[in-house]
Design a protein around this ligand. Structure first.
Ligand code: ZN
Length: 220
């Protein structure tokens, strides 16, 4: 028999990809079963025990499943899903970005509030094609979602989650953002997402528009 993953002949035991993994039900060699690429890590409540999900193994016993979501043929990210837990919030953790610390506080604060209110919750950290970007998702048991949502809102206020300063310098550097803010005052650009939607809207004509506005005497 051949390993589904590496296509080599399986000499000894045949392993089967765990439920909820990308290789679920596939026949694998020991090497491919044991050393699948990591997809996500799930934590429950206040417990620090990591439950890892790789392309072949699932330490949540299938309670969480991972799926690859591609944004284009080269890029994408893993997302964790569960029948018992509902996602409440999704954030991107950007290595070395100032928002990283705020998100760590947000994680702590939601855990505290959930604990005080008896909310059964989980959090998942998932990998993307960009080694510097991870997704951080918070989940609550399906029947506790309404209260849990309120607690997430409360935690966001406590850590200043919605402050636009956390959403700058991700795609654009500070000086580019400042130039776009000044040239397109009507857009009230505060975050990288504002600037990105401006660039999206103009498409390839964005540079012509910038030149036009610079020529009109707007300060750069
Ligand atoms: Zn193999």
């Amino acid at each position: 028999m051949k390993c589904y993953n590496c296509e080599s002949k399986i000499e000894r035991d045949v392993y089967t990809g765990d439920i909820g993994t990308p290789l679920e039900g596939r026949s694998l060699c020991e090497e491919c079963y044991e050393n699948g690429d990591p997809c996500a890590v799930v934590f429950y409540n206040q417990d620090d025990t990591p439950h890892r999900i790789s392309t072949s193994r699932n330490e949540t016993d299938g309670e969480f499943r991972v799926k690859w979501r591609s944004t284009d043929p080269w890029r994408g990210f893993y997302r964790a899903y569960s029948d018992n837990y509902t996602p409440l919030n999704s954030a991107q953790i950007l290595n070395g970005h100032p928002s990283q610390e705020m998100l760590a506080e947000f994680d702590e604060r939601t855990k505290e509030l959930f604990d005080e209110n008896g909310i059964d919750n989980a959090r998942a950290f998932s990998r993307s094609s960009n080694p510097n970007v991870h997704h951080f998702d918070i989940y609550a048991r399906n029947d506790q979602v309404p209260i849990a949502e309120q607690l997430v809102t409360e935690a966001k206020k406590d850590v200043d989650y919605d402050n636009p300063k956390w959403y700058r310098n991700i795609l654009f550097d500070e000086s580019t953002l400042n130039i776009l803010t000044r040239l397109f005052p009507e857009r009230k650009i505060q975050t990288d997402f504002d600037a990105a939607s401006l660039v999206d809207e103009y498409g390839p004509e964005i540079m012509d528009e910038v030149r036009k506005r610079v020529g009109r005497g707007s300060v750069v």
